[in-house]
Design a protein around this ligand. Sequence first.
Ligand code: PMP
Ligand code: GLN
Length: 378
Amino acid sequence: LQSKLPNIGATIFTTMSQLAQEHGAINLSQGFPDFGCAPELLDLANQAMQNGYNQYAPSSGLPLLRQQISKKTEQLYGYTANADTQITVTSGATEALFAAISAVVRPGDEVIILEPSYDSYVPAIDLNGGVPVFVPLTFPEFAIDWQKVKDKLSSKTRLLILNSPHNPSGAILTPSDLQFLKELTQEHPFLIISDEVYEHMVFDGKKHLSLLTEPELAERAFVISSFGKTFHTTGWKVGYCIAPPALTTEFRKIHQYLTFCTATPFQQAIGQYLENPEPYLTLPQFYQQKRDLFAELLKPSKFELIPCAGTYFQLARYNQISDLPEVEFAQWLTKEAGVAVIPVSVFYHDQTDHRLVRFCFAKKEETLQAAAERLCKL
Ligand code: PMP
Ligand code: GLN
């Protein structure tokens, strides 16, 4: 059989989590919390099942959940998304990304990818016959060099994929980024996917700049988020996509044949839970504390941390510890030091290697302490 994705194996998240398990390492690789979600949210999910929310939901998502997403979006970003024509609930952000890419990318279309980039974008482009066009973020700031983006635009450019807060770097968009982007869209008619799954993890009093805050950008964008990140429920796979009605129509044609709908009781539970904004409004403080604790714990170590403005990931240079390339270092660290991490080079098409690894700090204090103890011995 000739593979349609010849260069793809198991994802780095599967690989590193497996390696962590085999070697009994503390797993700071794959991004997920090692603590539970709110008991109240669990109760709501149990109740939803007891109350009969066990059959297919409408393909676009339960109306309650779409209305709550609309309300939250309006309050946070001042954008009114019509719950019936603009919001679709999906099986996590992963499905939304695949559906959005499939909805608009035709064979030969070019898609601008800013690297390092999350691993699911390029395979989705490949499967649709699109051509990824890579633009590196600056190093070590991981900022967007808009001149470089401009230089790569062509008559074939169909789509630009943005991700802020950014996995793996933790960098966030600035007001001037949105300004540059607006200028570019005035010259070129490309569409945008804005992956905002870490929208509620922006630190140091800064605000998340959703593309929805700019009407001119919102009118050409698929804005994607996920409750897996926001409510510590990555296994529930409830995400969503907000897009203008014409884009949503095309998006839903794909979504209905990918999954049709995502799990009904979890949609109902999250729809009810969203009535109270406090859990997501207090999330920045919650994760900022973990970021700061982890940084403090690593102070005596030889790791050099790259500033993290958002997400639950911390990048660190390790050149005072080893001169191994990132993939080998990550394997060595897992096997020999007992802490699993993600090499950043896997997020570059050409394996650009800055001698960096990514730690996930969405972990209990004791997990971070135990990991730091091991890391400080190196
Ligand atoms: N985009 C980014 C940038 C992510 O980090 C992740 C998951 N960690 C996803 C999308 C996928 O989200 P989900 O788990 O909701 O499918
Ligand atoms: N997005 C998560 C991360 O960056 C992993 C998601 C997955 O395993 N598919 O670690």
